[in-house]
Design a protein around this ligand. Structure first.
Ligand code: FE
Length: 178
């Protein structure tokens, strides 16, 4: 009887050890995945000249700017103060100050978002997203990666035919000095 009890005890211990190993392996697996994800996001961030942590961006930007620029949200149509701005100047990234669009390329698209028929070459980068179910060309600041908006092919046919549909909250306007 004693022997049987001892065997049972050993069996129990083995089971406990086995459970412990599985839990440990599981944890290691998770932490490895997390480490890889962090490394990947660091790699992506490292490709931009201006890189900041999410906490740093959150501290520097207003909540609206943060959600649009860093979380690729879209501001409400007709909400931007820059929508009807017709002054001469340049529109810069609200996050890093890079010049993105010129006032002479701004046009009234009627969509409720500031629109331009072209970007300042080299300062805007492009990507593809399927967020609302169909393919769109996303555009972002080439220097900090901040999300700006999308570009469509239904712009003014007399010029480029492009419509850069930009969140006004992602931009700051710098008037030309007179
Ligand atoms: Fe930027």
């Amino acid at each position: 009887m004693v022997k049987v009890d001892e065997i049972k005890k050993i069996g129990m211990n083995k089971k406990l050890v086995l459970v412990f190993c599985i839990v440990l392996a599981g944890c290691q697996g998770n932490s490895q995945n997390k480490k890889m994800a962090v490394e990947n996001s660091d790699e992506a961030a490292a490709s931009y000249k201006v890189t900041k942590t999410e906490a740093e961006w959150q501290k520097e930007l207003t909540p609206e700017q943060f959600y649009v620029l860093r979380k690729a949200a879209t501001e409400n149509a007709f909400s931007s103060d820059l929508l009807d701005n017709k002054k001469k100047g340049v529109y810069v990234c609200a996050a890093c100050g890079t010049e993105l669009f010129k006032s002479e390329h701004k046009f009234d698209s009627g969509t409720g978002w500031p629109s331009f028929d072209r970007e300042i070459p080299g300062n805007v980068a492009y990507d593809v997203d399927y967020k609302i179910g169909y393919k769109r060309t996303e555009e972002h600041c080439a220097v900090c990666g901040g999300h700006l908006g999308h570009v469509f092919d239904d712009g003014p046919s007399a010029t480029t035919g492009q419509r850069h549909c930009i969140n006004g909250v992602a931009l700051k306007f710098v008037p030309t000095d007179k």
